[in-house]
Design a protein around this ligand. Sequence first.
Ligand code: SF4
Length: 319
Amino acid sequence: MSVKIGVPRGMYFYKYYPFTKAFLTELGAEVVPSPQTNKEILDMGSRYCIDDACLPVKVYHGHAHYLKDKVDHMLLPRLTSVVPREYICPKFGGLPEMVKYSVADLPHIIDVEIDLYKSKSNLIKSLYEAGKMFTKNPYRIKRAADKAVREHNLYQTSLLKGNLSGKYIDGDDIISNNSGPLIGIAAHPYLIYDSFINMKLLEKLSNRGFKFFLPEMLEKKVIEGKCEAFEKRMFWSSSKDLVGSSLYMIDNDKIDGVLMLTAFGCGIDSLSIDLIKRLEKKAYGKPFMVITLDEHTGDANFNTRLEAFLDLVDRRNKI
Ligand code: SF4
């Protein structure tokens, strides 16, 4: 019988799940993702995580709690850097410790570190370290790694074509071919694709006849190009993606309004948003709104703000 590896559906899940699944499956494991976030998962996350963590970290704790009795091992990698010469948000690096000390009775944790700061080739080392748990044959690990890279590339291509991550990961898709205005949504993937914590934003837009544009639909080089406007090189991957994609959306005439989602307790976003707001005011005047999500955000409050923003977009388009 194959070993079951749990993968919590939060944080890096929407970026790397196809990679992870392909790698582990090729090595003979059964990969068990947690389900979409629901009230029970969010409540568990809020209960077991430290109070002042950001919302996505709390949600992640809830997913780990959900999986803990259902799997033999749990994958909680320590992501330090996923792009050479850039760091990811420090919360990603501290996740394994945070979860281990907050959620009791966890199964064995696979907490291999991914640190590409100095070179991409460090990934190979990390994959061998993780792969050794399943086989001593380095060729088998290499085959699994190659398959994972192929799968990751296919996933990225699918996102670039405008598909949602859910289409690739779960086989569901809510994109409709609406002809209405185009809304740019600038946010981290774990806010955009978690329909429970974002109050079903994409579905709501789709049902109201709006189209949407997401950061994953942009080539990395476009984001890099936008960030070149700053004097200093940005070395936080999370804020670079957010700032670069927001500037693209604000600057692009085909996009009728920009909605930013941010998580309560996110220090990185508060700096990025401040920067974006200043640039946005100076140059454009396009409908632009920031909505902060936390575990207490209610549907009514969220809907009121969203409706106000969409009305503004509609009105501006009629002028
Ligand atoms: S970037 Fe912000 S929301 Fe994301 S993990 Fe870091 S602190 Fe939390």
